[in-house]
Design a protein around this ligand. Structure first.
Ligand code: PMP
Length: 381
């Protein structure tokens, strides 16, 4: 059969906004991982413990009972109420004078909906360098600009520097503490200053709290404590090792949540039904043993590398953000590590600087020991 002489180059169908983002640099390392034999993999940003049994059973039970259809767009009432009840226990009462919640397809779903619902082309979003890889890309998709506040070398921002970058187009600020990729937990006074700055300037504060459970040196502090209009986004991917289940949520000002529900009706429809049933069970599971085990791994790898490397202050999440030694650039250092069978992520993926690399210690002790050995050898230069 002939369809005419010339096929159109499919490239011509691709939207301009897509040209602004490259396929994730992290995926490139994952692709490499598949080719290496028995690599020492410290590149993966997901927990290595199993999904708790009661959670698995609850989801399987839901499937078996036939709870396989759409849920209401905003998510199962019991799940939403359970999450809000927990938020009420940790945030001041004034946060709840105007606060609603919706369940989303992962924390990513919450981010996508929130940014789409608030950004107009040309708006500016304040974020921080290094950033979580999705932020600049999702902002670009809306035709908005991601303005990255440099936080090197401490990886804690200076609120006065942030203030100086605010323009009449600044609409959103995204905070992620504990942070991916640095593992930094920002001090209370910094979170307070940024949260109050958003209030003063009428900027929507989005707090990505996906690593809140992994706070090792003190309690987790939400910037929502200092700004009742904060949109909190979070999910079960990291806390309960449910990355593939796609359950997240957002709670914040009701008007904004209403709009996100409207957009979800026409995009994701709802978070996966059986996974929401599992998440109800997850709310009551004590994960403190898992957190303690991650703290031990953090202490181990930090202790082992501290003599040879500049590793900053990894107070949370499960990452170390390490400076490549001897003034080497991060990309070259990572290429050499990969040659030695060690998978880590170059800092360039998250930053304008090419000075660091990310280690994930969400791995077995044996893997961490092997990684430490290679890194110590590489530090000899
Ligand atoms: N925010 C941050 C900071 C993350 O690190 C991740 C996952 N790597 C996400 C959001 C997305 O998580 P989810 O699986 O819930 O979509």
């Amino acid at each position: 059969m002939s369809y005419g002489k010339k096929h159109r180059d499919p490239q011509e169908w691709i939207a301009e906004a897509m040209g602004q983002f490259e396929s994730s640099g992290i995926r490139k390392v994952f692709d490499l991982a598949r080719k290496l034999k028995d690599p020492v993999n410290l590149s993966i940003g997901q927990p290595d413990f199993p999904v708790p049994e009661v959670v698995r059973k609850a989801a399987i039970g839901a499937i078996d009972r036939g709870q396989n259809s759409y849920t209401v767009t905003q998510g199962l009432p019991e799940l939403r109420e359970g999450i809000l009840a927990r938020a009420r226990a940790s945030l001041p009462a004034e946060c709840f004078t105007d606060r609603s919640i919706l369940m989303t397809s992962g924390t990513t779903g919450a981010l996508v909906l929130a940014l789409n619902c608030v950004l107009n082309p040309g708006d500016e979003v304040l974020g921080f360098d290094p950033w979580f890889v999705m932020y600049p890309n999702l902002v670009a998709l809306d035709g908005a600009r991601f303005i990255a506040v440099d936080t090197a070398p401490s990886f804690v921002p200076d609120p006065e520097r942030v203030r100086a970058l605010i323009t009449p187009r600044t609409k959103v600020m995204i905070i992620n503490s504990p942070a991916n990729p640095t593992g930094a937990m920002w001090p209370e006074e910094v979170l307070r200053a940024l949260a109050e700055l958003c209030l003063e300037k009428g900027i929507l504060l989005i707090s990505d709290e996906i690593y809140s459970m992994f706070s090792y040196d003190g309690p987790f502090i939400s910037p929502a404590r200092f700004n009742p209009q904060t949109l909190v986004i979070d999910g079960f991917s990291k806390s309960h090792a449910m990355t593939g289940w796609r359950v997240g949520y957002a709670h914040g000002p009701t008007r904004l949540i209403e709009e996100m529900i409207k957009l979800q009706q026409f995009t994701f429809v709802c978070a996966p039904s059986m996974a929401q049933h599992g998440a109800i069970a997850a709310l009551d599971v004590d994960m403190s043993a898992e957190v303690a085990s991650y703290k031990e791994r953090r202490d181990f790898i930090r202790g082992e590398l501290a003599r040879d490397y500049d590793i900053g202050q990894p107070g949370g999440a499960f990452y170390l953000y390490v400076r490549a030694p001897h003034g080497r650039n991060g990309t070259e250092f990572v290429a050499e590590a990969i040659n030695r069978n060690l998978l880590i992520i170059p800092g360039k993926v998250f930053s304008h600087h090419d000075t660091h690399f990310r280690i994930s210690y969400a791995a077995t002790m044996r893997t961490l020991e092997r990684g430490v050995e290679i890194l110590k050898d590489m530090a000899k230069g």
